[in-house]
Write a protein that binds this ligand. Structure first.
Ligand code: SF4
Length: 382
């Protein structure tokens, strides 16, 4: 498989920073009037000068989202399988150096948690774990996905990066999609915040979304951890990464999430905090640049901000989330990955969505929709 995206194909962070600083209001207005954004438009609209144009950016982003996705808002819920992790990401509460209560759910506990979530109405499940193959092996993931498929037609994983054949095996078991954040595209920052463990390998992570698409997953979610470095640079490289993937793997939907750094065990402070206005700029610009991409909004953000942001580009959101393994329906003593800001129940969020004019969707995919490839279908690029 030839890697479809390299940061070296684009301007360096230093050059890009200079270009962003040099953008004028006239250039922003020109880019705002374009039907399809090119590379220059992306720079113009991510620039500091474009911060004064949030209103027209929001209007355009909302119109594009409504035209492309209608009023639907898919609801999903994360199920944390394990908080064991062999990495040392300096910003994370599951970091192996943190002294937190560790827990890996047994298969029967996973099924019990899933039954609880199913009874709440969820049909779209995100299986999450820290990165530890010994605690959450691929075989176990495949068995659990197969067992959960009857109740959850849409199952995605957010675990350690897998090989293409492993993603393919999970897809055979019923996996719908994967979520994997690069965290930061800037190699030096990446090395500094991931000092050891397998995650230290920048390229192994960068390739994983492509491996998931190569394996035929229907949806692959990407993102950066906002607050580690300049969001304008990260937004630029993220947008280019998704465009590169879309060009080759047109049968896979490449989604975006916008996680901002939150309080977690260890007390890491964001070196480059992203304000609500800057988050709005990033979301709306990437909606204009990637009109077909599903956007996801998690419970990391407060209820009031989520209400404000949702119409500007989002198509799916988590609800009623608990970030502790085994935490649904129980009071647990195991560590959480970060603190949830929107603590409303799934039913409260669903009712609120209706008030806002959205149609909450608990299920919109079934395995019976899957098309078997025709025997004479051309092979994928590799
Ligand atoms: S961010 Fe992920 S890989 Fe890093 S320490 Fe946390 S759980 Fe482990």
């Amino acid at each position: 498989m030839k890697r479809c995206f390299e940061i070296d194909q684009f301007d360096s962070p230093e050059t890009l920073t200079r270009r962003l600083q040099a953008v004028t209001p006239a250039a922003v207005e020109r880019s705002l009037s374009q039907a399809d954004l090119d590379e220059k438009d992306l720079v113009n609209l991510l620039s500091p000068a474009a911060e004064a144009y949030l209103e027209p950016l929001a209007r355009r982003a909302q119109a594009i989202t409504r035209r492309r996705f209608g009023r639907i808002m898919k609801l999903y819920v994360p199920l944390y399988l394990s908080n064991e992790c062999i990495n040392t990401c300096v910003y994370c509460g599951f970091n192996r150096t943190q002294r937190i209560a560790r827990k890996t759910l047994r298969p029967e506990e996973i099924q019990e948690q899933a039954q609880f979530l199913s009874s709440l109405g969820f049909r779209n499940l995100l299986l999450v774990s820290g990165e530890s193959r010994p605690h959450v092996p691929v075989r176990m993931l495949a068995d659990q996905i197969a067992a959960l498929s009857a109740d959850f037609p849409e199952i995605s994983v957010e675990v350690y990066p897998l090989e293409t054949r492993e993603y393919a095996a999970l897809q055979q078991a019923g996996l719908y999609g994967l979520v994997l954040y690069q965290e930061t595209y800037l190699p030096e920052v990446y090395a500094a915040v991931h000092p050891s463990g397998p995650k230290h390998d920048y390229h192994a992570r960068l390739e994983a979304p492509q491996r998931g698409a190569e394996a035929g997953l229907r949806q692959v979610g990407l993102g950066v951890l906002l607050g580690l470095t300049d969001f304008r640079l990260e937004g630029y490289y993220l947008g280019q990464h998704v465009r590169a993937l879309e060009k080759i793997y047109w049968q896979t939907a490449f989604g975006l999430s916008f996680p901002r750094l939150r309080r977690a065990a260890g007390g890491f402070q964001a070196p480059a905090p992203v304000s609500d206005q800057q988050l709005t700029q990033l979301v709306t610009v990437l909606r204009l640049f990637l009109p077909d991409a599903p956007f996801s909004l998690s419970t990391r953000e407060s209820a009031s901000l989520r209400r404000h942001l949702l119409p500007l580009g989002f198509t799916q959101m988590s609800a009623g989330s608990c970030t502790e393994p085994g935490g649904y329906g129980h009071i647990q003593a195991s560590g959480e990955q970060f603190q949830v800001e929107d603590t409303r129940s799934a039913r409260e969020i669903s009712a609120d969505l209706e008030l806002l004019g959205f149609e909450p969707v608990w299920k919109d995919w079934d395995a019976s929709f899957r098309e078997e490839p025709a025997e004479d279908a051309p092979a994928k690029n590799s």
